[in-house]
Design a protein around this ligand. Sequence first.
Ligand SMILES: [Zn+2]
Length: 221
Amino acid sequence: MSYITPADVGVSDDRDAHLARDSAEPGTDYKTAYGTDLRAPGDGRVIGVDHSNDGPEGRRLTFLMDNGEVIDWIHLAEITVKVNTRIRAGQLGIALSGASGFGKDRHYAPHLHVTRRARIGLPYRTTLDFEHAIVRPSTASTPSPADPAATPKKKEYPDMFYAIVGEQDNAPWYLVIPQGNAKPRAVILGANAIKGGDAPVIEFKWDASIQGLKGAVDGIL
Ligand SMILES: [Zn+2]
């Protein structure tokens, strides 16, 4: 699973910068204006809503994604969903970004802090890089879906390793392994979700079983 950027804005403070300053919750800060209607990162459901602007995190919304990962939005201005609300990738009307924290609505310069964790129950300090999992639509010409590697593209995701694992609905699926993590996770991306570019691409026989995917990952690593 890949994620969608919460808004079409730049990053002010990436996860590495958070780590460098020993953040209690290393994440990615997006330069959202106050009151930005945020896009859901993917398919999942709401598992936590905190309307209080107290604490360093301010108003917090927590999603359990369908891939098992946990995504948090913090410093929000307003949250309009409840626990157990189902969300879809790119959905709006969930929350407005803000600057909340330490009991104030505008404690910080306005921004959205996004935290990504590998699974439920992990400490806030144990995070993955959300920005590395984002797929942005390419503005380059689209290669034929039947042969995505035929047209070399600019490498857009240097921290990812790609492998074509098969086809579904006449379109390629990819095995994507973020590199540089102590425990790499493999995720499957659907048709045309990424353009392989000059990232390494290896073909595998499609096997949808867990064991098959594990074998593919082990073969790469
Ligand atoms: Zn932050």
